[in-house]
Design a protein around this ligand. Structure first.
Ligand code: ZN
Length: 334
């Protein structure tokens, strides 16, 4: 009997020791998170040559400054092209006053795929080009071609439209080409100065093309064509659309595009997404080539923003990423 008690005593001490050495074993085991299996998708291949030709075509009209013949001709071409890919196209005309006092005849071009689908995303860019070359050394007062600043984003979008015709989605995709983005005051000091930019997006955000319009989110493309472009996480994009910035930049990294889609954050840009976010409340992020410090790339708002500034590999990376976004979103798995 005594022996049994001693054994029990020793067993109790051992048990207590084991219990103490791993006190939280059961509590600390993390619950198993079962990630939903992602469907493996056949994503179409973005055709960089096709996209490049769409940029070249816009530039061939000359500077697309409102009230000019080149602007009119380019508008006609954009509308016809987008219609030919099966989009329902709305030309939203508006009048605006430039900071110079000039009356502008603007038109936002909205190309919708599946216009009745309740779940929608926006892919956007500006189709006008700057009326002056204020960052250049010479011919400062002359308008620029804007191959990168304007035409590159539109060229990517038209190629996406071509791809959507070949492989339609169930979700709705609205391609919104804003007008009169780049006609603002160079030196932005106040909110009033800020509002001299992005006249088309300000108009659209206050007067959407469809009453009660809503989209899950929007992606703006601006200056997406230059060699070695660096798309850091821009301040207003992070502020208003962080969830989508994180998802899309993560997707870019998974595709090996991390050298383009830098994870650092960079300062805010007065771009169309700012007004869409603050006026319409639709979260919109900006994929824009902007160094971490200072202004923009060297050819920005100069006459060097011509077709020589366009690198097919950069537009391929941006376009291919957007195809991943669209078709993953279509499966509800972005
Ligand atoms: Zn610009």
């Amino acid at each position: 009997m005594k022996k049994i008690l001693i054994y029990l005593f020793i067993a109790a001490i051992i048990a207590a020791f084991i219990f103490q050495s791993c006190p939280d074993q059961t509590v600390n085991t993390p619950p198993k998170v079962v990630e939903p299996e992602k469907k493996v998708l056949q994503i179409p291949t973005f055709d960089k040559d096709s996209s490049f030709s769409f940029i070249d075509k816009q530039v061939s009209f000359g500077p697309r400054v409102p009230n000019t013949d080149a602007h009119k001709k380019c508008r006609t071409w954009l509308v016809e092209k987008l219609k030919s890919y099966g989009a329902t196209v709305i030309e939203q005309e508006f009048k605006a006053t430039q900071y110079t006092g000039k009356q502008l005849n603007g038109a936002n071009i909205i190309a919708s795929f599946n216009p009745n689908a309740p779940k929608r995303i926006i892919i956007s860019a500006h189709w006008d080009s700057r009326h002056v070359a204020d960052q250049d050394e010479k011919d400062k007062e002359k308008p620029i071609l804007g191959a990168d600043d304007g035409a590159s984003g539109v060229g990517v979008i038209i190629e996406l439209a071509r791809q959507l015709k070949a492989k339609p989605t169930e979700i709705g995709v609205d391609m919104i080409l804003f007008d009169a983005e780049d006609l603002g005051k160079d030196d932005v000091q106040t909110m009033e100065d800020m509002k001299t930019w992005c006249l088309g997006s300000q108009y659209w955000a206050a007067n959407p093309h469809v009453a009660g319009y809503h989209a899950k989110y929007g992606i703006l493309l601006d200056m997406v064509g230059a060699t070695g472009a660096r798309f850091a996480k821009e301040e207003f994009s992070v502020k208003y659309a962080r969830e989508f910035v994180d998802k899309i930049w993560k997707l870019a990294a998974s595709q090996g595009y991390g050298s383009y889609f830098a994870t650092e954050e960079t300062g805010g840009v007065t771009d169309d997404h700012y007004f869409v976010n603050t006026i319409s409340g639709i979260p919109m992020l900006d994929i824009i080539n902007k160094p971490l410090e200072g202004g923009f790339v060297k050819h920005w708002h100069t006459h060097n923003d011509n077709m020589q500034a366009i690198d097919k590999e950069t537009i391929r990376v941006v376009g291919q990423l957007l195809l991943h976004v669209i078709y993953n979103e279509n499966e509800g798995q972005l």
